[in-house]
Design a protein around this ligand. Structure first.
Ligand code: ATP
Ligand code: MG
Length: 466
């Protein structure tokens, strides 16, 4: 037991020293046989950028999340490059290069090839916040140059050790300032420097910790995890737009369910999305809601992991659906007509959500469209279905409706009917319409029957609404 303890201390000691070492200290150079990065996973454009910069006499490396993913054997979704060239110097070297940002300018170098254009983000090594902060506080364009620093400083101001490695494609060497590669092997997510101080500087790092842990399956190092419980409330001071971006990244990470569980374990979910508050506080009555959200998130994770796109509006529509159902149901039981009850519930749901983290307008309108389409899937009479499939957001509304069928909130036969309806030609569609008529031919007055059925059909069953 004691030997084990001593061994652990011995193993950890150099890491602690390393983490706290002077940021200008020399990095560890890691050769190919140790890091095993597969050059085939590299973006050709990112290599072009580092190569061009190096040819012009500058230092240039692939950096950050891309190196982490490469070392994990994952193909990075985007590539960042860090260099000692200033943004102006970078811009002069590339044809399609745009300066972005004001205080900390970076350069977007765009490449057009087959498919989507690829943007390589090139940033100049930055000074540590402590040093740069003095200059920034004095407001300052004139002093802007002083925010650039050495590579060592640039490494020290990054968040986690595994996000602070620099890869040079021409020598296939990794420069590792903070023991990132050792942490990769230990499957540990470790904050660089004093974690509490780093979270105070930027509380969003707490959300990033949870996101990366979910994505990599790594454990948060004890000291990295410890301050989160106390400092989580600092997220309240983060501007809503930044919070939204980070939550979106978390939900779109391909590991959203794991990440949400991670938020809960870290006690960070309160106030981010009211929905997370109430499903993750696991009230017994939230089972139906939980099922729906779980299925929606699993569906999103699957799509992202298989390289398909996911719309943020769709995702938020699913996350807030249980809340919306509850409000819709409450309105209906107050005697409101079905559709106004739904629209009123949409306003309420969005207003409650906005008291936590505001969802951007463009996504809000997608959500409203998807939601307001839902009762229309049950109106399979007259011209309604023909009109519905013409709406520009039909596909999203339809996918959403299928999720409702999958959790049993809506009769799966309705989902199947629509699946058949969109797959067939106009004769087939007419036949499907006739089949509905036949189903209900025992009712002599369809209008009357519809009126009777509507509240029941459009307002979901108890279990899903609660
Ligand atoms: P992803 O795969 O989600 O893009 P990433 O690590 O590349 O992950 P980015 O947000 O693209 O994350 O940031 C790029 C790099 O910039 C990070 O790897 C990290 O080194 C640094 N960084 C980003 N945000 C912060 C932050 N809040 N504090 C410190 N360093 C940060
Ligand atoms: Mg990135």
């Amino acid at each position: 037991m004691i030997t084990k303890f001593i061994k652990r201390i011995l193993r950890r000691d150099p890491m602690v020293k390393h983490t706290q070492s002077n940021h200008s200290g020399a990095p560890k150079r890691i050769a190919k046989k140790a890091h095993r990065i597969d050059p085939h996973l590299l973006s050709k454009n990112a290599v072009k950028v580092t190569h061009t910069l190096q040819q012009a006499g500058y230092e240039a490396f692939i950096v950050g999340g891309a190196v982490r993913d490469l070392a994990l054997g994952i193909s990075p979704k985007d590539f960042d490059v860090a260099t000692n060239a200033t943004p102006d110097q970078v811009q002069r070297l590339f044809r399609k290069a745009r300066l972005i940002g004001r205080r900390f300018q970076i350069v977007h170098v765009t490449f057009f090839g087959k498919g989507h254009p690829e943007i390589i983000e090139v940033s100049t090594f930055r000074a540590l916040l402590d040093n740069a902060g003095d200059h920034v506080a004095e407001s300052g364009r004139i002093l802007r140059d002083n925010v650039w620093g050495s590579q060592g400083e640039d490494a020290a101001r990054r968040d986690f050790t595994i996000n602070a490695m620099y890869y040079d494609p021409s020598t296939e060497t990794v420069l590792d300032y903070h023991g990132g590669m050792a942490d990769m092997q230990k499957k540990t997510l470790r904050m660089i420097g004093d974690p509490a101080k780093r979270y105070r500087e930027d509380p969003v790092r707490m959300l990033r910790a949870v996101r990366f842990a979910a994505k990599t399956g790594f454990e948060l190092d004890g000291a990295t995890r410890a301050p989160i419980a106390k400092l989580g409330k600092l997220l309240n001071d983060v501007p809503s737009a930044r919070l939204f971006d980070e939550i979106l990244k978390l939900l779109m990470s391909g590991y959203s369910w794991a990440a949400i569980q991670g938020l809960k374990d870290a006690g960070l979910h309160h106030g981010l999305l009211p929905l997370l508050d109430h499903i993750l506080d696991t009230g017994a009555d939230s089972k139906g809601a939980n099922d729906f959200v779980k299925l929606a998130l699993a569906n999103t994770d699957d799509r992202i992991q298989s390289g398909k796109s996911v719309s943020a509006g769709f995702l938020f529509a699913t996350l807030l659906w249980p809340d919306l159902l509850k409000n819709w149901k409450a309105n209906s039981s107050k005697g409101m007509a079905n559709i106004p009850a739904l629209h009123d519930a949409m306003d309420d749901t969005i207003a409650t959500q906005s008291s936590g983290m505001t969802i951007q307008r463009r996504f809000e309108s997608d959500m409203r469209e998807i939601w307001s389409m839902q009762p229309r899937f049950e109106r399979r009479v007259g011209r309604y279905p023909y009109r519905l499939i013409e709406s520009p957001r039909f596909r999203a509304g339809y996918d959403f409706m299928l999720l409702r069928c999958a959790t049993g909130e809506l009769n799966p036969a309705i989902g199947q009917w629509w699946t058949d309806f969109i797959a067939t030609d106009s004769t087939g569609q007419d036949e499907l319409m006739a089949s509905i008529k036949n189903e209900s031919s025992n009712s002599s007055n369809p209008a009357k029957r519809r009126r009777r059925r509507k509240p029941k059909a459009a307002v979901p069953p108890e279990s899903a609404a609660s």
